[in-house]
Design a protein around this ligand. Structure first.
Ligand code: PLP
Length: 367
């Protein structure tokens, strides 16, 4: 007889929703499909307004993805072509990609070993090698707010624009303010597995300055001023799909309770496995990340127990051949890339699935 195949706990559950959320999404889809418009229109504006109100943000501009949101943050803020932009050394390479797409030069900063994010020391060291730096992108990685208490005054003193990458941190707060509203711009992705997810690609960028928001809105539609007249260089087509806007507005009221469930799942893991080194846990628990020198053995142990897992991220940005970053070296980012492993941590994880993860963590014996 073959051994029983363990039930699998998925690493991510983007298509699961509560019945109430599913009904709201179905109604949104039906409404847009039946009534249109299918590009732009009131559904897009209604979501932008609802998300601005949720964040306490002045201006929200919807766009086609989180990567485009970062590009529109840079071009909307008028970072001059060819300028350098500081990016995190361990973020999956998203910031570097956007910087290159915007016609700018990404300069990589190493990370602090404890938080996996750049701190003032690593940013300052990167900035000293980037005389033409105009901006810094800070990522609220794994849902944990970056240390803006020290980074914000540092970048002001350096005269750098601050762009927050909030793709993993919808609803997270720093000093009583929602992330994305603290810097000059905040970029959000609504990729399906994000804390607030569409049913496809979508994004949004948040600004304090109305002129920057107006520029980004124009740049997201070819750089048009009046219709069919390109007024601004560096434009593109990056519109928020009204179908996705309607889905996002339907899902927004569920975000806070879903974030609480994520945090509860992560806190349960941390309690159950005090011997494991978890990253963060201070924010909206986008990922539940452990750091271990014994990752291969832990991954094999989880696989045997039927527990899905992932690695965020397996490569330091400076080690990605196509990222095209300058700066570095980033030894901590490289070390982290070899140590991190993400456990299932989604709001729709069932209690029995969470308990299976806890069981596997409890049964894990570090060397
Ligand atoms: C997902 C993600 C992005 C990119 O978002 P897309 O919508 O996939 O373009 C950018 N930054 C971070 C930190 C992300 O997690």
């Amino acid at each position: 007889m073959s051994p029983a195949v363990p039930a699998t706990v998925p690493a991510a559950t983007p298509t699961r929703m509560s019945e109430a959320e599913r009904a709201a999404v179905d109604e949104a889809l039906r409404r847009v499909a039946a009534d249109g418009p299918w590009i732009g229109g009131p559904e897009v504006t209604a979501f932008e307004d609802a998300f601005a109100a949720y964040l306490g943000a002045a201006h929200v501009v919807g766009c086609a993805s989180g990567t485009d949101a970062l590009v529109l943050a840079l071009t909307g803020l008028d970072v001059p072509a060819g300028a350098e932009v500081l990016v995190p050394g361990h973020d999956g390479g998203y910031a570097a990609t956007a910087v290159r797409l915007a016609g700018l030069v990404p300069v990589v900063a190493d990370v602090d070993a404890a938080t996996a994010a750049p701190d003032v020391a690593t940013l300052d060291s990167a900035a000293s090698r980037a005389p033409d730096a105009c901006a810094v992108i800070v990522t609220h990685l794994h849902g944990d707010p970056a240390d803006l208490t020290s980074i914000d005054p540092w970048r002001r003193q350096r005269g750098l624009l601050l762009i927050e990458d909030c793709a993993q941190a919808h609803g997270a707060e720093h000093g009583g303010r929602k992330v994305g509203t603290i810097g000059d711009a905040g970029a959000f992705s609504f990729y399906p597995t994000k804390n607030l997810g569409a049913i496809g690609d979508a994004g949004a960028v948040v600004f304090r300055d109305p002129d920057a928001a107006a520029r980004a809105r124009s740049l997201a539609q070819y750089g048009w001023g009046e219709r069919y007249r390109i007024e601004r260089a560096r434009g593109r087509n990056s519109r928020l799909d009204p179908l996705q806007a309607a889905v996002l507005r339907a899902r927004l009221p569920f975000l806070d309770s879903r974030n609480s469930r994520r945090a509860e799942v992560l806190a349960g893991y941390i309690r159950a496995a005090p011997g494991l080194d978890f990253l963060g846990g201070t924010g909206v628990a986008h990922h539940a990340v452990v750091r271990t020198d014994d990752r291969n053995r832990l991954a094999a142990h989880l696989t045997r127990a039927g527990i899905g897992h992932d690695i965020h991220y397996p490569f330091a940005v400076a080690d990605m051949p196509g990222a095209g970053v300058t700066g570095g070296p980033t030894p901590e980012a490289r070390r982290l890339a070899g140590q991190v492993l993400s456990l299932p941590c989604t709001p729709e994880l069932r209690d029995d699935e969470r308990d299976a993860v806890i069981g596997a963590l409890t049964a894990w014996s570090p060397r």
